[in-house]
Write a protein that binds this ligand. Structure first.
Ligand SMILES: [Fe+2]
Length: 307
């Protein structure tokens, strides 16, 4: 039995020496934020979460992963079973937080009771025509140039020093389920894509991925769901046209999770991903074993690590 079951990722937090520069980047990436205040920057999407991306003033780095408990009772139970304090969460939306440290020293902030913000409806676009279905008739597609419209944060990928140790820790604390375990060679697991256990309700193919990489532990990337494929490509075009930011890889479609992906770097090299059209599974779906080729390959577009 795990301590609790988390229902989703809540946010990622970084530190950076220039919050105005981070604000400029996250706006171009498709998040909304006010001017930095009290050495903190909080950025939100179009969905109800009070923030998805936070930055504190300091040397560049990854600072924390936020996970969302199902309710406050579960958070109290997590505090009781881990011996960690239940604290007020001093961030937009308030609520409570329990702070834990994972086996590699990552700070994990489990939150509950955050107040949602009014969410903006996803833009209703004209339907798309394909070879089988032509439902847009006598009307053109006219998209408004600009950043993507980020709806929510979807997942975070962390490099770990000992995959099995970390897997045990995250599953025992939060009830994660394996979607795909990745093997370097038959029988030699190097990591896994883990999803939340929401019972019969669908959950993203992965909310957290743990990878034991030759480079050792370290933040790999965080991924944000955009409205749809056009919205992803609008955002790609917008970021490219700024001429200020580094594109890492994409656009392509992953094998594991099936998402259409596009990866960029913030001004300090933290990787952030736009994605759309990912797989969803329930607790009844069995884990799968995948290969390194599956991990780094793509169904179309450039595979990971291709130049
Ligand atoms: Fe990703």
């Amino acid at each position: 039995m795990s301590h609790i079951r988390v229902e989703d990722i809540a946010f990622v937090r970084f530190s950076a020496p220039d919050l105005e520069a981070m604000a400029t980047f996250v706006r171009a990436f498709g998040l909304e934020c006010d001017s930095p205040a009290q050495a903190r920057l909080y950025a939100r999407g179009w969905g109800p979460s009070p923030f998805l991306h936070a930055t504190e003033l300091g040397d560049p780095g990854f600072r924390a992963l936020g996970l969302r408990a199902v309710n406050l009772d579960d958070l109290v139970h997590l505090a009781d079973t881990t011996g960690r304090p239940l604290e007020d969460f001093d961030a937009p939306g308030g609520g409570k937080v329990v702070r834990l440290t994972d086996p590699d020293g990552y700070l994990i902030e489990v939150v509950a009771g955050q107040s949602p913000i009014p969410s903006s409806a996803v833009q209703v676009e004209e339907p798309r025509n394909d070879a089988r279905n032509k439902s847009r008739l006598r009307r053109p597609v006219r998209l408004k140039p600009g950043p993507s419209h980020i709806q929510r944060i979807g997942h975070c990928v962390l490099g770990v020093s000992d995959f099995r140790r970390s897997e045990t820790w995250y599953k025992s604390h939060f009830g994660f389920l394996t979607s795909d375990e990745v093997e370097m060679a038959p029988g030699a697991a190097m990591g896994a894509f883990l999803r939340c256990d929401r019972g019969a309700a669908p959950s993203d193919h992965h909310t957290l991925a743990l990878m034991q990489l030759p480079a050792g532990p370290g933040f790999a990337h965080a991924a944000f769901e955009v409205a749809d494929f056009d919205d992803l490509m609008l955002g790609h075009t917008h970021l490219a046209e700024t001429g200020r930011y580094t594109h890492v890889r994409g656009v392509g479609r992953h094998i594991l999770g099936s998402q259409i992906f596009d990866y960029w770097q913030d001004p300090w090299g933290h990787e952030v991903e736009h994605w759309t059209d990912g797989d969803l599974f329930t607790a009844d779906d069995a884990p799968n074993v995948a290969s390194l080729v599956d991990l780094v390959g793509a169904q179309w577009g450039k595979p990971i690590f291709a130049s």
